[in-house]
Design a protein around this ligand. Sequence first.
Ligand SMILES: Cc1cc2nc3c(=O)[nH]c(=O)nc-3n(C[C@H](O)[C@H](O)[C@H](O)COP(=O)(O)O)c2cc1C
Length: 280
Amino acid sequence: MTETTRDAIKAALDRRFGDAPDVPANLRGQETLLAMAAHRTHRAFADKPVDAGLLRFLAAVALSAPSKSDLQQRDIVLVEDKATRRKLDAMIPGMDWLPAAPALMVVCGNNRRQRQFHQWRKQPYPNDHLDPFFNAATDAAIVLGWLINAAEAAGLGCCPLSVIRNNAQQVSELLGLPDHVFPYAGLALGWPAREGWICPRLPIATTLHVDRFDDKDVQAQVDGYDHRRASLQPPMKQRHPARFGEAAFYGWSEDKFRQYADLERADFGAYVRRRGFDLK
Ligand SMILES: Cc1cc2nc3c(=O)[nH]c(=O)nc-3n(C[C@H](O)[C@H](O)[C@H](O)COP(=O)(O)O)c2cc1C
């Protein structure tokens, strides 16, 4: 029996969740849904350029995403200049594969334009509080997601890079980002060097709530997920073994605990305030 697209969607979701719901019969858009269900991040790319026209096209598709109140508080910086790219790669710590990625975009939140509408009319901008920053970040996040979906639909592989915010000030200066515009995430793109794998997620039972939020079984569910994930993926390199010991079983939640055992990016709030946002 040949595998249908519907079977492939089912197989991807089963691997992803372990408790995936059935794929409805007579479903439209199966190719699109399969690309999304089988998503995987890529960090290794073929030595083959990505056409500049394709990148512009994908940016246009991604910028078609919905936007809070139609405010369109997000932009993309496509990094084409080689010297700028080299400097940017050097500002993104811990990603030794990045210089070999053929293309890089930076998705930004942009609350500047909205403020300009008020300035041009010589009117005050009364909304200097957390919400505009949050809205711009949300618009940027949606565009990032759409960019990933569009790139993957076109056969590209990609990796988002929030680590770009570790050096948000330097990145902003390099890319000429003015006040009220901030880097949300980078996106490295290229033709995948290998197939990659579907990364398991927490069960649907843990993260899909019906009518009322319910996490009474979360510890047992996370434990089950840790073991299911470990059975499907190669063992993870243990973080901080000297500090926390060499764990006999090293699951996802142990890894995430260790990852966030130290203060990370604690200066980001100060950066955002320096860019002109009042987060009160
Ligand atoms: C907003 C965002 C930021 C991310 N930042 C990074 C990053 O800085 N470095 C990295 O290697 N991966 C980054 N990732 C990729 C995640 O690590 C990846 O999505 C996760 O491990 C799950 O793997 P999968 O996408 O293959 O399912 C980011 C993903 C998102 C959505």
